[in-house]
Design a protein around this ligand. Structure first.
Ligand SMILES: Nc1ncnc2c1ncn2[C@@H]1O[C@H](COP(=O)(O)OP(=O)(O)OP(=O)(O)O)[C@@H](O)[C@H]1O
Ligand SMILES: [Mg+2]
Length: 232
């Protein structure tokens, strides 16, 4: 599902990623842990096609059969909208739209029908325990509620791959557990693939594989099998 070889990234002269290799199979839930500043968010942004790696001959990035490095910005946006979902700690909901509308936007962009989309959105709101907030605007929601709206928005198009950066960072224990259960339920029902950056040890250890980033590289050996006999 994701084949990345030799991903490098520099910010000015600072090398943040030093040639990361990563292979993730369809339906896998992979967690990425590591110290602050190790490069986790940077890697996730590149895998999520929101940022580009340094131009190095040996770099490759294939996602869902698509050679990402060959796409222009417009093609990348279309690819993202249909294939990828994002859950970030800073969730950037659109302030002038209600919770329900925020969730529906990616589906409308993909040309999906209104009634069906709203039905799906309400299902997600219910699962995440925020049905009673559907008509509220982001400014009227708590941080945790905004987070859950952002999660629902990431899931509305049933993307093949979901990238999450500290998805439960703002949530209480109960809501965080619910969210983590949702990830596994989705994987079991729809075969979705998850790449989750987290400082939450419990979530990290629930994954099929836990990868540790150290100073711009995935620590060697580059995988730890937790729940499954996963081989790369
Ligand atoms: N836009 C940027 N410009 C310059 N340096 C950056 C930029 N974004 C990140 N960095 C630097 O790159 C390094 C890796 O950052 P990154 O955000 O990937 O870390 P992280 O592993 O996600 O850390 P955390 O656990 O704190 O979120 C850090 O040293 C950071 O300061
Ligand atoms: Mg980060």
């Amino acid at each position: 599902m994701i084949h990345a070889t030799h991903i490098e990234k520099y910010y000015e002269k600072l090398q943040v990623l030093k040639g990361v290799d990563l292979h993730i199979k369809k339906g896998e839930i992979v967690s990425i842990v590591g110290a602050s500043g190790a490069g986790k968010t940077t890697l996730l942004q590149i895998l999520g096609t929101l940022d580009r790696p340094a131009v190095v001959p040996q770099t490759t990035l294939m996602i869902n059969g698509q050679d990402i490095l060959k796409l222009n910005d417009k093609e990348l946006s279309a690819f993202r909208n249909l294939n990828l979902g994002f859950i970030f700690q800073f969730h950037q909901l659109l302030p002038e739209f209600t919770a329900l509308e925020n969730i529906c936007i990616p589906a409308f962009i993909a040309g999906k029908e209104k009634k069906e989309t709203e039905k799906e959105a309400r299902k997600l709101l219910e699962y995440l325990g925020i049905s009673h907030r559907e008509k509220h605007f982001p400014s009227e929601l708590s941080g945790g509620e905004q987070q859950r709206v952002a999660v629902a928005r990431a899931l509305i198009n049933k993307p093949e791959i979901i990238f999450a950066d500290e998805p439960s960072g703002n949530l209480d224990t109960h809501t965080a557990e619910n969210l983590h259960r949702l990830f596994f339920k989705l994987r079991d029902e729809f075969g979705q693939t998850f790449v989750i950056v987290t400082h939450n040890e419990e979530l990290a250890n629930m994954a099929d594989r836990k990868l540790t980033m150290v100073d711009g590289l995935i620590q060697s050996p580059d995988y730890t099998v937790i729940n499954d006999a996963v081989t790369i």
